[in-house]
Design a protein around this ligand. Structure first.
Ligand SMILES: [Zn+2]
Ligand SMILES: [Zn+2]
Length: 119
């Protein structure tokens, strides 16, 4: 996804908690930034690492129901429904998190999704 910087992803990851130690500071491992948009985030506290996927254009093309789901997500701040998917992270085998931006007020927030719903 062009324009998405690792610093931006690190900043937005502070809105979620580590699956192991519940810490909220993560670093993107610059050595594992794959050309297909798969990155790796590492917990600053316990070194737990998990994948972050940044190519959402490709993801939404291969998962045609995703755009419909995004239209149903309502903002945590305003009453607007409908968000833009910026990137996603798989925090654990059970927890997939979408990092979205409200199309109404531009608020950015994480939206939890259960993996089962997607696989
Ligand atoms: Zn941790
Ligand atoms: Zn909003």
């Amino acid at each position: 996804m062009p324009g998405l910087a690792p610093e931006e992803v690190e900043r937005r990851l502070t809105s979620v908690h580590c699956a192991i130690c519940k810490g909220d500071r993560f670093g993107i491992d610059r050595r594992f930034m794959q050309p297909d948009g798969e990155w790796r985030a590492v917990c600053m506290k316990c070194r737990y690492s998990f994948p972050v996927y940044t190519d959402m254009e490709f993801y939404q093309r291969t998962q045609p129901d995703i755009p419909y789901r995004l239209k149903e997500i309502s903002c945590t701040d305003c009453t607007h429904r409908g968000v833009k998917l910026d990137f996603r992270a798989t925090m654990s085998v059970r927890e997939s998190i979408y990092f979205v931006t409200c199309l109404g007020c531009k608020r950015q927030f994480p939206e939890r999704s259960s993996m089962e719903a997607f696989e």
